[in-house]
Design a protein around this ligand. Structure first.
Ligand SMILES: [Zn+2]
Length: 219
């Protein structure tokens, strides 16, 4: 269901009370987020684009990918981006019992923390724990348990659909133009599914945001 939407409707937002969809801000700023990496096929190319435009973003990372590609994860941290937990196995909430779900979240946090210790954090990178549930979904109990563990749960209010082969760059850019407002959290993926679509559309999105006078900030 979520995949069909460009924005979550109000009734879902009410169901997900306590979750951040958009940051309330007085500045004209937005937040770019990337889910599912780090992976060699996409993440380095995304980092290259961000570096070219001198933009920082937030990466919701999968622990298993950190284990496989630690050097790419190190690069994300070294280049001053922020990271959030996206579980160790890209866990779908509905397939996990509460205890097992939390174990998966903890396993991801453990490997993130091990790396954070070896790469100095940059100023402005932010210290609080961030979590984004895979597929944007979890049960109320899972949500409560994650909040109780001190995480800020971040969803999004603009979904680019970059993982969907039916979406052209033009269509994705049109979605961004239509739905972005001050404080918007924009969702991309650095995943095999999104691959070249993300890399192609990202410079266009950044250029449009900058033309419109949006500052792009870290969560
Ligand atoms: Zn994901």
């Amino acid at each position: 269901m979520v995949g069909l939407l460009y924005q979550f409707p109000t009734w879902i937002q009410r169901l997900y009370r306590g979750v951040t969809w958009r940051r309330v801000t007085h500045d004209k700023c937005v937040y770019l987020t990337f889910d599912d990496g780090p992976i060699p096929e996409v993440t380095p190319a995304v980092l290259d684009v961000l570096a070219k435009y001198k933009v920082k973003a937030t990466f919701f990372v999968v622990g298993d990918n950190i284990l496989k590609y630690p050097h790419i994860y190190a690069r994300v941290l070294e280049e001053g981006h922020r990271v959030g937990n996206h579980t160790f196995h890209h866990a779908k909430g509905s397939k996990y019992r509460l205890g097992d779900y939390l174990k998966d979240v903890e396993a991801c946090q453990r490997i993130m923390d091990e790396h954070a210790a070896s790469v100095p954090q940059r100023a402005g990178q932010g210290k609080g724990l961030l979590f984004r549930p895979p597929y944007g979904r979890m049960s109320r109990r899972q949500k409560k348990a994650i909040l109780d563990r001190g995480y800020e749960i971040i969803l999004w209010d603009v979904l680019t659909h970059d993982y969907n082969a039916k979406y052209s760059s033009e269509k994705m850019l049109a979605i961004v133009k239509r739905y972005t407002r001050s404080g918007s959290i924009i969702n991309f993926h650095d995943s095999v599914k999104s691959a070249q679509r993300t890399i192609d559309v990202l410079p266009q999105v950044i250029e449009w945001l900058q033309q419109e006078g949006y500052k792009i900030e870290l969560l």
